[in-house]
Design a binder for this molecule. Structure first.
Ligand SMILES: Nc1ncnc2c1ncn2[C@@H]1O[C@H](COP(=O)(O)OP(=O)(O)OP(=O)(O)O)[C@@H](O)[C@H]1O
Length: 624
């Protein structure tokens, strides 16, 4: 059998092969560096795929700086100008806000007026950035509801699952105020939830709004990209976080895939970036993601003023070491709870294991006096979602968490943000303290650090222009050290917590100019302080020291209980040897790694020990 092609006659078998070869050439990427085959494309869409990416010329940046006495913009004026219709106007009015916040006043108009411009918007934490992009989104969906009514038109990307789920809740909150808006469907595509259910909902409900985390969105695009051919706008909430290493590559692949799929043209999609910690440099980072020839930079923060919210009263408590910082924090919380029964605070710790240890310690010390919630990336998504809903609802309690909760999450009436140790970067400091003083309210932020972390304060002042005036010193009394030591167990949980702290400061201390030996020695010393036994040292095995890059550091090793003869020690029958064996096995057990590699193979990916260790760390990148 032959197929006539002009004058040529091609054997049918060869045609079939050519077609399947062509389809495999419609390739795009998953976010983890692998390559997938594209879905079988309809003949019409094949011709559009050009290999040359959208022109990467840098867009013209139009800066709209902060104006001290900018004229107020109201919803009524936006309606009178014809920018928003009665449905959106009615819906937002029914939310009961007194007026629009500065970022909403500054961004809704330009977003609706200049459809051919990308937008970068900077506004302080807790100032209503979510509605600043949801309000124009709904108006856009109403304006274009007759064109491709069942197509995805808006895609909102967030760095964490919990923030994506919160944005959907806010979307549904606006929709609940107006029957016209209710006709639009939104769908979240986030990790930690059932992939099949996500796809069923995508196919069945045909949403116009997708709210996603990058990893899950790429997985969906791999096999179901035909639903994404009519996107008009993509929004990056917490954009600077999404443009950091680890996410940026995903975002570039998502953007490249959207552009190639778009039925209008490759440069049709607008990009809106929002965050509290943005500057014009973000335009360079997003060059491969933004496609319009002009980009508006809307700034509601005066360039000479710190990015941290002015309504947050910041203070720092300086202690001799991590153990004293823990005592200072416990002391502070006890005083606050005594004076304010409806004390509601968020407590950030550097690692998952410290989060787990601290929340257990607070549980044992505070008993039932107020709820203590342990929130981090190792919790199931269901548990995290339940905790977010509960902490939004509760009038008191402490959310003990890692940086997975640092950005975007909106918990009403959080009176104080506590931080044990320094954050990994200064923008995270701004986002962490931004969990309080929201929607115009006042709030407090207290940082507990040890003397060897004080260079962070100079770094924060230099980089973010944040000077924490209120500084106090604290050293726990012998009595309180004795009292707390009685309630602690020298078990794996405590040892793991301190080892994770050593790993955290190894990875993050240098950027702030910390002295490696000083910072690590004070952590090692803290173990004995916390247990009220100066001679007690953290037991670590030789190979764990090697993993931590400390196998040549004699100063730190002297502060640790190093099991040099690793094999001999681990063959002993002592309790300590058994503990070490199970701990090291858990941390670096080959079994999970082999499973990890196997899983990777099923996805055409070559997972390495490095990527394995990364997923086991506390890198929120892998916790979307
Ligand atoms: N116009 C308004 N008037 C009063 N409150 C508002 C207004 N718009 C939003 N809010 C409320 O302000 C709070 C913070 O809003 P939102 O979470 O959008 O802030 P954000 O700027 O995104 O903060 P972050 O930088 O932490 O993400 C929410 O509780 C929201 O309901």
């Amino acid at each position: 059998m032959f197929l006539r092609c002009g004058s040529a006659k091609i054997p049918l078998q060869l045609c079939a092969r050519t077609r399947s070869l062509f389809i495999t050439s419609v390739r795009f990427y998953n976010g983890r560096g692998g390559r997938y085959e594209g879905e079988r494309k309809s003949p019409r869409s094949r011709s559009r795929f050009s290999d040359t990416p959208v022109s990467l010329k840098k867009a013209k940046l139009i800066q709209i700086p902060f104006e001290e006495n900018a004229a107020e913009v109201t919803l009524d004026e936006l309606k009178d100008e014809g920018l928003i219709g009665k449905d959106v106007h009615e819906s937002i009015t029914r939310l009961g806000f007194e007026g629009l916040t500065p970022v909403q006043q500054k961004s809704i108009g330009p977003i609706l007026k200049n459809e051919q411009q990308d937008v970068i918007a900077r506004a302080k934490t807790g100032t209503g950035k979510t509605f600043a992009f949801l309000i124009p989104m709904f108006q856009h969906l109403i304006n274009t509801r007759m064109e491709n009514p069942f197509a995805v038109k808006y895609v909102i990307v967030a760095p964490t699952r919990d923030l994506a789920l919160q944005i959907q809740t806010e979307t549904q909150r606006v929709q609940s105020m107006n029957p016209t808006l209710k006709k639009f469907n939104s769908l979240t595509l986030v990790g930690g939830t059932n992939f099949g259910t996500s796809i069923n909902n995508l196919v069945r409900r045909r949403p116009q709004i997708i709210i996603a985390t990058p990893g899950r969105l790429l997985d969906v695009l791999r096999d179901y990209n035909k639903y994404f051919t009519h996107i008009d706008v993509k929004v990056l909430d917490e954009a600077d976080r999404l443009l950091e290493i680890g996410f940026q590559q995903d975002l570039e692949r998502i953007s490249e895939t959207f552009n190639k799929l778009n039925d209008n043209s490759e440069d049709h999609i607008r990009t809106l970036l929002f965050s509290a910690t943005l500057d014009t440099k973000v335009q360079d980072l997003s060059a491969n993601i933004m496609g319009k020839s002009e980009c508006l930079f809307l700034d509601t923060v005066d360039k000479n003023e710190p990015q941290a919210h002015e309504k947050i009263a910041q203070s720092v408590v300086i202690t001799p070491n991590l153990a004293h910082s823990i005592h200072a924090m416990v002391d502070h919380i006890k005083r606050e709870v005594q004076s304010n029964p409806s004390y509601k605070a968020i407590l950030f710790t550097p690692t998952i294991k410290l989060t787990s240890f601290i929340s257990e310690t607070l549980h044992s010390l505070l008993g039932r006096s107020l709820p203590i919630l342990e929130f981090h990336g190792k919790k199931t998504q269901m548990a995290r979602t339940k905790m977010v809903h509960r902490f939004k609802r509760d009038h008191s309690g402490i959310l003990v968490c890692t940086d997975v909760a640092a950005r975007g999450l909106d918990f009403p009436d959080v009176g104080e943000v506590l931080q044990l140790g320094v954050p990994p970067q200064t923008p995270q400091y701004i986002h962490r303290i931004g969990r309080t003083a929201r929607a115009g309210k006042e709030g407090k932020a207290t940082l507990f650090i040890c003397e060897s972390e004080t260079p962070f304060l100079q770094y924060l002042a230099k980089k973010e222009r944040i000077n924490i005036e209120d500084q106090t010193e604290f050293k726990a009394s012998e009595e309180s050290i004795e009292e707390l030591a009685k309630k602690l167990y020298d078990d794996e949980k405590l040892i793991d917590a301190f080892i994770s702290a050593i790993a955290y400061y190894r990875a993050n201390g240098r950027v702030f100019g910390f002295n490696d030996n000083r910072i690590l020695s004070q952590i090692a010393e803290s173990y004995g302080t916390l247990l009220n036994d100066r001679d007690r040292k953290i037991p670590v095995s030789a190979n764990l020291l090697e993993k931590l890059g400390l196998s040549r550091n004699r100063v730190v090793q002297d502060m640790l209980n190093v099991q040099r003869s690793y094999r001999k020690h681990h063959n002993e029958d002592t309790m300590q040897a058994k503990n070490d064996r199970s701990r090291d096995k858990r941390w670096y057990d080959e079994a999970p790694f082999q499973n990890f590699v196997k899983r990777g193979k099923t996805k055409n990916q070559n997972f390495t020990k490095k990527s394995y260790n990364k997923t086991r760390g506390d890198n929120p990148r892998f916790d979307e």
